[in-house]
Design a protein around this ligand. Sequence first.
Ligand SMILES: CC(C)(COP(=O)(O)OP(=O)(O)OC[C@H]1O[C@@H](n2cnc3c(N)ncnc32)[C@H](O)[C@@H]1OP(=O)(O)O)[C@@H](O)C(=O)NCCC(=O)NCCS
Length: 177
Amino acid sequence: MSRTTQTGVAAKRRNKPIPPDPATLPALPTREALSIRPVRLDDLNAVIEMDALVTGIKKRDYWNSLYGRYADAVATGQHFLVATSGSEVIGFVIGEVRDWEFGSPPCGWVFAIDVRPDARLMGAATQLLQAISACFKRAGVSKVRTLLSRENTLILSFFRSQGMMIGPFIPLEMDLG
Ligand SMILES: CC(C)(COP(=O)(O)OP(=O)(O)OC[C@H]1O[C@@H](n2cnc3c(N)ncnc32)[C@H](O)[C@@H]1OP(=O)(O)O)[C@@H](O)C(=O)NCCC(=O)NCCS
């Protein structure tokens, strides 16, 4: 073996990544450890990161403003809940009761739901939707609605699995030039 090759092999060995000690790794989310609670200020970073994974944009100002409006606003029918596994925030849902908008009797609207990719398919979104629906029911409404992009088949599959069907409203839009 030539000197250059020997040096190359040694360098490769030196640069080989050292596997992390399993004891120092954060615990993986588990179905058993899931729980749902209202959002807290120190959850916002995790929420912002999760949203950025889906949308590709970090919107810190938007989330701070949303937190200001929705945290502790249960009395006005607004809800911002998070799913946790141990001490980790792994999902969130936001929604509110809206009265007589679009001529509709009061109903609950879910306008954001998201679960961290490594915690999906464990029932977190199901629990989040059940929890916010229970909040809506306590506020006296018997219907929940949402709006989603036609291309987002993942979120469509999720809402369909929960029993949601096409409603009586259609979205309309136009460019304002
Ligand atoms: C959609 C989403 C919220 C589901 O979260 P989740 O915690 O994985 O959902 P659950 O484990 O509660 O799944 C409930 C059901 O939804 C359906 N579902 C969830 N993920 C699915 C997938 N990848 N493919 C097909 N169906 C799926 C299934 O019917 C599932 O029931 P099952 O596990 O018994 O088959 C999650 O995938 C996500 O955050 N996606 C991106 C969200 C997004 O685009 N948000 C922007 C719009 S607000």
